[in-house]
Design a protein around this ligand. Structure first.
Ligand code: C2E
Ligand code: MG
Ligand code: MG
Length: 762
């Protein structure tokens, strides 16, 4: 997990709350009760059996009810479990207050109602807890659960045989029913627990193991009790009584976590499959019961359950081949065909059509999400997974039926279409991009994504899938780096992949070997002509290729995750330069560009503030330029990060304003000082009246929101004058100066001071 995300998840530190404290009391009571039971060997004692015994029932019940209130009665599992525990406690209270001196009560009694209610309510709680997860599970997992459940039920039925026999022999019908109900309910409970244990795919909330452990202890106590009761050796006050108390205490640990903020990562805890497979154990148990049945008479229920276990377990064997084949061909997350499926099916689709003896025409589209890594790093893999699932659904819906859609891994998808030429394939690519253009709703967050698509045509550009894949991949890289969205392979793209890999290695070296330079471009006040600040722009002094511009390497820096290093280097160089200018008496604000992904790091504001303070600079020496896309991707986080920076006195500018997809509402909401109108609006201003009026009204908009407006790309004197007339605040562009090294900028500043008595024009 990246630092930034870890940071956000660990907001809740450990603290002792009322019910945490109660848990300590619960376990202290269990210990005292156990000690009391062990020491007191006489008849039932008031202190141990009544007072301590009742407290071990009711204090956990209070923990349960606190959880119900904390979850505002909204969690069915918590509510059912709480009712179960409460009924059980009430039954116990009735029992100890009405029993005779020997600890006996007529059977059945009202206490049995309460005791019996525990089981259906607990089962309901388990069902409520698992219901959401059960829906998405493959039937093979459910089958495993069923085998586990049946196997354990068979064992239990065999074990409880004498109890069942004695229950059936009760003289009264009601007594028989009640007596039978106990072992049957126990059977169901244990079966349910074994079922859960048998399906490692189930995602169960925090501390679920305590619930399951508690229930196991509780049911085990029940079974031992039933066997003792049948043999007539049970009396109130045996150490066995403490087992129920322990079971309840463990369940209380589970419920205590309900409705509290999680301390761990947000990622759902998927259970590891255990070394011993529960279904396998269940089968062995089932077989054991059947074999034993041939020697010693077994209860009918046990034999039936054991037979069912063994036959259910056989089902997957029968379908195993098909199942395995399907699993091997399917992507787990999205349910789409995977890379292997694509490679096995493609030859058929790419082959000659036997009826027409003509080769099919078609295309392979390779689709890669843009900036998916950012989503994963900043919002967590869970959200990343959700995004992939939703993306695959939208792609599927946007494709013609005969097209094959496969997920190749990560954020890469492939589409194979037949009967399609270049025009159709390109149209399809844009339709797919269109399908992804609406924001995705992920856990209440609107996330925007886009995709770059590379296209390779067959048979023209390859006869087999491997060649097509390679070429579509190169085309995809081209589409991504040139931001065109979709690109059909050309032979020119062929050398690209190799060059890219080389560049990546060189780039790592560039960062460590100090090959990056920072150039500065001045920003001029249109009102006074004064130079108010500079923008820091990164350059790469490549040992062979000369001075490279950001467009030559920035995408690769982003993709390879080196952007944090680059940002740090540029910030350091820019602030060091600010110190020098400050010493020379130039109070220049340096603007540094921040990529969206570097701002994802929530520690960044503090780091930046420290960097400024360490150099003794005023906070006004730094401005950060951010993009609209960053603001739109996660507005709450953007607000938090920007507010923190702004509070420290650092100014914020929105770069390339007008080019991103954004809603104007963020301008009102977020702490921003300045808008930088993109040069694509400024450049055509001179020849295009509509462009000019767009610029003029955008300047008014900025002013009405209390923001400064900076025009980028001011290349001519007439554009400069026009912008001044519109009331634009600052201008930046080649007309004043290209981005240049700091030393050159000093000369430029000096020349400007001497040649410029009238400071209103450069
Ligand atoms: P930007 O932040 O919009 O920077 C302005 C770009 O416009 C610069 O390109 C500059 O050379 C160019 N420009 C300035 N005046 C004119 C003009 O009059 N006409 C025209 N046609 N262009 C002009 P450059 O230096 O190639 O930077 C391109 C982009 O790369 C920047 O756009 C910025 O988004 C990004 N970038 C540059 N340095 C950094 C950096 O240190 N970190 C990050 N994350 N991004 C950077
Ligand atoms: Mg900029
Ligand atoms: Mg810009």
């Amino acid at each position: 997990m990246p630092e930034s995300v870890r940071d956000r998840v660990h907001i809740a530190g450990p603290r002792l709350t009322v019910s945490n404290g109660l848990l300590v009391v619960v376990f202290a009571l269990v210990a005292a009760y156990t000690a009391g039971l062990l020491l007191n060997t006489g008849g039932p004692s008031l202190l141990v059996d009544v007072w301590l015994g009742e407290l071990t029932q009711w204090v956990p019940a209070v923990v349960f009810w606190l959880a119900v209130v904390r979850t505002r009665f909204a969690r069915a599992d918590v509510l059912f479990a709480t009712l179960a525990v409460t009924f059980n406690a009430a039954a116990d209270t009735y029992y100890v207050t009405t029993m005779d001196a020997a600890g006996e009560l007529p059977f059945p009694s009202p206490a049995d109602i309460g005791y019996l209610m525990f089981y259906p309510l607990m089962l309901a709680a388990l069902i409520a807890l698992l219901r959401r997860q059960m829906r998405g599970l493959a039937w093979s997992v459910l089958l495993d659960s069923a085998v586990g459940a049946l196997g354990s039920a068979a064992i239990l039925a065999a074990l409880l045989g004498p109890v069942l026999v004695s229950a059936v022999n009760e003289p009264e019908v009601l007594a028989t029913a009640v007596a039978v109900a106990y072992p049957v309910f126990d059977l169901l409970l244990v079966a349910a627990i074994a079922g859960i244990a048998a399906s490692p795919g189930l995602t169960v909330g925090p501390r679920w193991a305590f619930l399951v452990g508690g229930l196991v202890v509780f049911a085990a106590a029940d079974i031992v009790y039933a066997l003792l009761e049948v043999s007539g050796t049970y009396i109130v006050g045996l150490p066995l009584d403490a087992a129920w108390a322990l079971g309840l205490a463990l369940m209380a640990v589970w419920v205590d976590a309900a409705g509290r903020p999680r301390r761990g990562p947000v990622v759902a805890s998927r259970r590891q499959s255990s070394a011993v497979s529960v279904p396998a154990v269940a089968v062995v148990a089932g077989l054991g019961v059947l074999i034993l049945g041939t020697q010693v008479a077994q209860p009918l229920a046990a034999v039936i359950l054991a037979s069912l276990t063994v036959s259910l377990a056989a089902i997957p064997l029968v379908f195993r081949q098909r199942l395995l084949r399907r699993q091997a061909r399917t992507d787990d997350l999205t349910g789409l065909p995977n890379r292997r499926a694509l490679y096995t099916d493609a030859p058929v689709q790419l082959s000659f059509s036997s009826t027409t003896a003509r080769q099919q025409h078609g295309a392979l589209l390779l689709l890669d999400l843009d900036r998916f890594k950012e989503v994963n790093d900043s919002l967590g893999h869970d959200v990343g997974d959700q995004l992939l699932v939703q993306v695959s659904a939208r792609l599927r819906a946007a494709l013609p039926r005969q097209a094959t859609l496969a997920r190749l891994g990560g954020d890469e998808f492939a589409v194979l279409v037949t009967e399609s030429g270049e025009a159709e394939a390109t149209a399809l690519a844009f339709a797919l991009r269109e399908a992804l253009s609406r924001p995705f709703l992920l856990t209440g967050l609107a996330v925007e994504t886009s995709a770059s698509i590379g296209i390779a045509l067959f048979p023209e550009q390859g006869h087999n899938l491997s060649t097509l894949m390679r070429r579509a991949d190169m085309a995809m890289y081209k589409a991504k780096s040139s931001r065109v969205g979709a690109h059909v392979f050309t032979t020119e793209d062929d050398s690209h992949g190799e060059a890219r890999l080389r560049t990546l290695q060189e780039l790592r070296l560039a960062l460590s070997d100090d090959q990056l330079l920072v150039y500065y471009q001045p920003k001029v006040s249109l009102d006074t002509g004064a130079v108010t600040g500079v923008e820091a722009l990164v350059r790469w002094q490549h040992p062979d290729r000369g001075l490279l511009l950001p467009e030559d390497f920035l995408d690769l820096v982003e993709e390879s995750g080196l952007i944090h290093d680059l940002t740090r280097i540029v910030l350091t160089k820019a602030l060091d330069q600010a110190v020098r200018w400050e010493a020379d008496g130039h109070a220049l604000t340096i603007a540094v560009n921040m990529s969206a992904s570097s701002l994802v790091n929530v520690e960044l504001p503090d780091k930046i503030v420290r960097m400024i303070a360490d150099r003794g600079l005023p906070a006004s020496a730094l401005m950060l330029e951010i993009t609209e896309d960053y603001l739109m991707s996660d507005r709450e986080r953007a607000r938090a990060v920007l507010t923190r920076l702004r509070a420290a006195g650092i100014q914020i500018a929105v770069d390339d304003f007008g080019t991103g997809y954004s809603s104007l509402s963020y301008l009102r909401d977020l702490p921003i000082d300045e808008l930088k109108l993109d040069r694509s609006f400024v450049l055509p201003m001179n020849d295009d009246a509509r462009a000019a009026s767009l610029v003029a009204s955008t300047i008014d908009l900025a002013h009405s929101l209390g923001l400064r407006m900076v025009a980028e790309g001011v290349e001519t004197g007439s554009a400069y004058d026009e912008l001044a007339r519109y009331g634009c605040d600052h201008a930046q562009g080649f007309f004043m100066s290209q981005p240049i090294p700091a030393a050159d900028l000093n000369l430029w500043l000096a020349a400007r001071r001497t040649t410029e008595p009238d400071a209103s024009r450069p």
